[in-house]
Write a new protein. Structure first.
Length: 426
C-alpha cells in the first residue's frame, strides 16, 4: 500500500462489500470471455469502488487489481504500470489467509505476470495454482490454470512427448468438469500430434461423441457465437501452418484471427502469435507477397522492442526478428550476425525449439540468396534441434522440404565453382 501511496485502509471487510467485489469479478470474467468492450469500464469501476470503500486488503480486490494491471498492458502498452498493479495483487494475496485465491492467481500468472518472468516459471506457478485450487475445491480455477500451464510447457520448449503425456493423463478429468476447456485441450493436442508426427484418431473420443472433427468445433462455436473458441480454432490452423512451413496458409489464418475482437486481448498465446507473425511477415515480403508485409513486420518489431525493456526472456525473439529485418533489407552480414545471436540466446534460455526455428529461418534466408552449403548446414542444425525437442513430424518436414543429401550438396558446390570460373573468364 505504501508503494501506491495509500494508507489507513480498514482491515476488516464487511461481507456485503466482499460479495459486491465477487459480483464485479464475475462480470469482468464474462466481459473477457465474450471479448466485450465493456471490460475496461468494469475494471476501472471496480478499482474505484475498492479504493473508495477501503477494501484494498480484501482478497477479492486482488483479482480486480490483477485485471486492472492486465488492462494497463492491453490498452496502454504500459508494462511498468501493469507490473505495479500486479505486485499489489500479490501483496494482498500474501497477507491473506483465505482459500479463494485460485482465480486471482490464474489472472496474475496466466494473463499478466508472464510478461515479467520466464515462461517456465509462469508454468510452475500455474501448476501450483492448480494444486492449491483443487485442494480448496475451486475446480474451475484449477482446470483453467492447468490448461494455461500446458500452453507454457509447449511454448517453453518442454519435451513434446512429456507435454502430450500430460494432455492425455488429465483429459478425462478436464472433460468431467469443463467441456469448453476440454475442447481447447483437444485443439492443442492436434498441434502437438502434428509436430510429433503422430496421427491420433482418438482425439475427439474424450468429448463423448458430441464432436468428431475441427470443422464441427468451428461450426458449433460460430452458431453459439463463442468468440474465444472460434479464435482457438483459427489459432490451431495458424500454428499448424506455421510450424509445417506453409506460410501462405498461415497468413490466411492471420486475417481470420484479426477480424475477431478477442484477438486484441493479450494472452500467452498472443505473445507468441505476435512473434511468429513477425517472422511470417518478413519471409512472405521477401518472397514477393506485398510491401504491406514489410510494414506489418516493422510494426511487430517495434512492439517486441518495447516488450524487451521489461521482459528478459524476449531477447532471442527480438534478435530473430532483427535478423529477419536485416535479411529483408538485403544486409547479409548483419542478418547472419543477428541470426547467430538469436541462436545463442535461445540456447542460453533453454528454448531448443526456438533455437531450431532460428536455424531454420537462417537456412531459408541463405537458400534465397543461393548460398546452398551454408543453408544446408543451418537446416541440419535445425533438424537436430527439432529432434531434441521431440518434434519428429517437424524434423521430417525439414528433411523432406529443405535438406539435400550430401551428394547433391557436393554436386552443387562443384557446379557453382565451375560457373564462377567461367564468369571470371568471360
Amino acid at each position: 500500500l505504501k508503494y501506491l501511496g495509500l494508507n489507513n485502509f480498514q482491515g476488516v471487510i464487511h461481507p456485503k462489500q466482499k460479495n459486491i467485489l465477487k459480483i464485479i469479478d464475475s462480470v469482468a470474467t464474462s466481459c473477457y470471455l465474450s471479448a466485450s468492450p465493456c471490460l475496461p469500464l468494469v475494471a476501472c469501476a471496480a478499482v474505484i469502488y475498492s479504493l473508495q470503500q477501503g477494501t484494498v486488503y480484501c482478497e477479492e480486490s486482488a483479482s480486480i487489481f490483477a485485471i486492472f494491471g492486465y488492462l494497463k498492458v492491453f490498452l496502454e502498452g504500459d508494462l511498468a504500470e501493469g507490473k505495479r498493479w500486479g505486485d499489489l495483487a500479490i501483496a494482498v494475496l500474501e497477507n491473506s489467509n483465505g482459500n479463494a485465491s485460485g482465480r486471482t492467481r490464474v489472472y496474475l500468472y496466466g494473463f499478466l505476470y508472464f510478461w515479467y518472468i520466464p515462461i517456465q516459471e509462469t508454468g510452475r506457478r500455474l501448476y501450483e495454482t492448480y494444486t492449491l485450487s483443487m485442494r480448496c475445491g475451486d475446480v474451475d480455477s484449477a482446470m483453467m490454470a492447468l490448461c494455461i500451464e500446458w500452453r507454457c510447457q509447449f511454448y517453453g520448449g518442454h519435451k513434446l512427448s512429456v507435454v502430450r503425456s500430460n494432455y492425455v493423463g488429465y483429459m478425462k478429468l478436464m472433460t468431467k468438469y469443463s467441456k469448453e476447456l476440454s475442447i481447447q485441450a483437444v485443439l492443442r493436442k492436434i498441434n502437438l500430434d502434428e509436430l510429433i508426427g503422430v496421427f491420433d484418431d482418438d482425439n475427439f473420443l474424450s468429448l463423448d461423441g458430441t464432436v468428431y472433427d475441427v470443422a464441427q468445433i468451428l461450426a458449433h462455436a460460430k452458431s453459439a457465437k463463442n468468440i474465444q473458441l472460434i479464435e482457438s480454432v483459427y489459432r490451431t490452423h495458424f500454428l499448424s501452418a506455421f510450424w509445417m512451413g506453409d506460410f501462405v496458409m498461415a497468413l490466411e489464418s492471420v486475417k481470420l484471427i484479426a477480424a475477431l475482437p478477442s484477438s486484441k486481448m493479450p494472452k500467452i498465446d498472443s505473445f507468441y502469435y505476435t512473434f511468429y507473425r513477425g517472422i511470417l511477415s518478413y519471409r512472405l515480403f521477401r518472397e514477393g507477397n506485398g510491401d504491406h508485409l514489410l510494414t506489418e513486420g516493422d510494426e511487430i518489431l517495434r512492439t517486441v522492442q518495447t516488450w524487451r525493456q521489461k521482459c528478459e526472456h524476449v531477447e532471442n525473439k527480438l534478435l530473430l526478428l532483427q535478423a529477419e529485418w536485416y535479411a529483408s533489407q538485403c544486409n547479409r552480414n548483419l542478418a547472419q550476425e543477428k541470426y547467430e545471436a538469436s541462436i545463442r540466446s535461445a540456447r542460453d534460455h533453454g528454448f531448443v525449439h526456438e533455437q531450431g526455428l532460428a536455424y531454420e529461418c537462417m537456412g531459408k534466408y541463405f537458400s534465397s540468396i543461393i548460398e546452398i552449403p551454408e543453408a544446408q548446414h543451418c537446416f541440419r542444425r535445425a533438424h537436430d534441434c527439432y529432434m531434441q525437442w521431440g518434434a519428429l513430424g517437424k524434423a521430417e518436414q525439414i528433411q523432406r522440404d529443405d535438406l539435400l543429401d550430401q551428394a547433391n550438396v557436393n554436386s552443387y558446390q562443384i557446379t557453382t565453382k565451375h560457373e564462377r570460373d567461367w564468369d571470371g573468364v568471360l
